[in-house]
Design a protein around this ligand. Sequence first.
Ligand code: PLP
Length: 227
Amino acid sequence: MSSIAENISGIKSGIPRSVRLVAVSKTRPANEILEAFDAGQRLFGENRVQELLAKKDLLPKDIEWHLIGHLQTNKVKYVVPFITMIESVDSIRLLTMINEEAGKAGRVVNCLLQIHIAEEESKSGFTIDELTEAGKSGTFGQLENVNICGVMGMATFTDDKTQVRKEFKFLRSCFEILRNDFFARDRNFTEISMGMSGDYQYAVEEGSTIIRIGSLIFGERTKQNNK
Ligand SMILES: *Cc1c(COP(=O)(O)O)cnc(C)c1O
């Protein structure tokens, strides 16, 4: 079995330098995260607030944390003081709450708009219509303490590569629509976060700027701790 360091360098050698790698460390213990850190990795993703808070205090302060899982509005205040990016913003209510808490914390928080691109109903995210509507009503411009940096999406979990590619293409087209219509003068709106262990190569080919990889770095997660 190859080491965490080897896995990271293997992935990095196969993607353009401009694409950033989020090492998804959910369910993984602090010592494994430290192993990746010692190999030079600084950007990590977690999907649960409780787990993130417990781990971050055990780890170096210069780690950049991305939240990639559904965030409940009552937990926003716990992550806003330190989080580098919230990739999983899936409602205007949540975005408004992040803006409010970021104001209290004296920060501007980087966010991505999560868009529902998969066939599975279970995956969360906005529809493009919801975002267009929010854009037209001027919502994005009113949020002074959030920095909307782009979009995020999760493709359907399937071996059908045509389907997966189609979903990545769709996410990219959503990014372009939003940029052209609402963020044309916003230099921060540049990110398309798509691609996981099983599909990141396709994602990169379709224009991903951030890939989020867990099992290919740390090994398979067991069923019980998968979510
Ligand atoms: C778990 C997770 C990943 C990483 O999944 P792998 O298949 O282990 O690479 C990426 N993005 C999100 C939102 C996740 O929850």
